[in-house]
Design a binder for this molecule. Structure first.
Ligand SMILES: [Zn+2]
Length: 267
């Protein structure tokens, strides 16, 4: 295991930015498994089949990380969707379980049945959780998922992760994502313990949009005990009833689900 510090964290420190709470782990050989050697693959954050399916290969991106005060800490690009890559994923993950998950997700999503069954819901939630973890590991943002959560994504949605769906028809781009941590509403009461404050700071949300489907992946272990404040339909953990795509609540902007509310028993 390499204990190399994430290049992005080093870069922020050089710029004099104060690093907020994050998972302090070195850069591993593979973000998604415990392999320490072998070949690395270039994992596309949005797989090529999906980019082609949506005609989104040439959409341009400027991934930007802003501080809580709105200052731009880092901005990359613009580059096309095809250049959004995660370099530190091994070939065994990329060509193995991740590839199999892509195949299952594609079958469920293109074309979609009018309703989401529990089995299909499991695939959709798994894909969005995996994609959020890859985005968080690879993009210019602090690391939010610890090793055990990342590795658990091989089997399914990791413990502590909730997945919520909404819809956003007629958006200007076909693909989008945005991530935030610590954006929790309503729990800043005085005297709150340090432990509780730390938990709130670590609640993480990644919003991913694919065409008109918007998913919010919330990581609030051991819960999930945090939810988007805006109305969305809970896909994972499964609520026991089929979900119709049409019934998904409308979302007007991908930043909308980033504000969370929390109901942690210790808070
Ligand atoms: Zn791997």
């Amino acid at each position: 295991m390499s204990d190399k510090e994430r290049g992005y964290d080093k870069y922020l420190k050089r710029k004099g930015a104060k690093l907020e709470s994050r998972i302090n782990e070195g850069v591993p050989f593979c973000w998604m498994c415990s392999a320490q050697s072998g070949n690395r693959a270039k994992e596309h954050i949005f797989p090529l089949w999906l980019q082609r399916e949506l005609g989104a290969e040439k959409e341009t991106w400027t991934p930007t990380h802003t501080s809580v005060f709105g200052d731009i800490l880092d901005s990359r690009g613009p580059h096309p969707t095809t250049a959004l890559l995660a370099g530190e994923i091994c070939e065994a993950c990329n060509g193995g379980w991740m590839n199999a998950l892509e195949g299952r997700f594609r079958k469920v999503m293109f074309p979609r049945c009018p309703t989401i069954s529990e089995a299909d819901g499991r695939v959709i939630a798994h894909w969005f959780a995996k994609t959020a973890i890859v985005i968080n590991s690879a993009q210019n943002y602090r690391l939010a998922f610890p090793r055990e959560a990342r590795h658990a994504a091989q089997q399914g949605v990791p413990p502590g992760v909730g997945v919520f769906l909404g819809q956003m028809p007629n958006a200007p781009h076909r693909l989008n994502f945005i991530q935030v941590q610590g954006n929790v509403f309503g729990f800043s009461r005085p005297g709150m313990g340090e432990m509780a404050q730390e938990l709130l700071k670590r609640a993480y949300c990644c919003v991913i949009r694919i065409d008109e489907v918007v998913a919010a992946v919330v990581y609030a272990p051991p819960g999930p005990w945090a939810w988007p404040l805006v109305e969305m339909t809970q896909l994972h953990p499964w609520r026991g009833e089929e979900i119709s795509w049409e019934s998904l609540p409308p979302i007007s902007d991908v930043t909308e689900p980033l504000m969370l509310y929390a109901e942690h028993p210790d808070l």
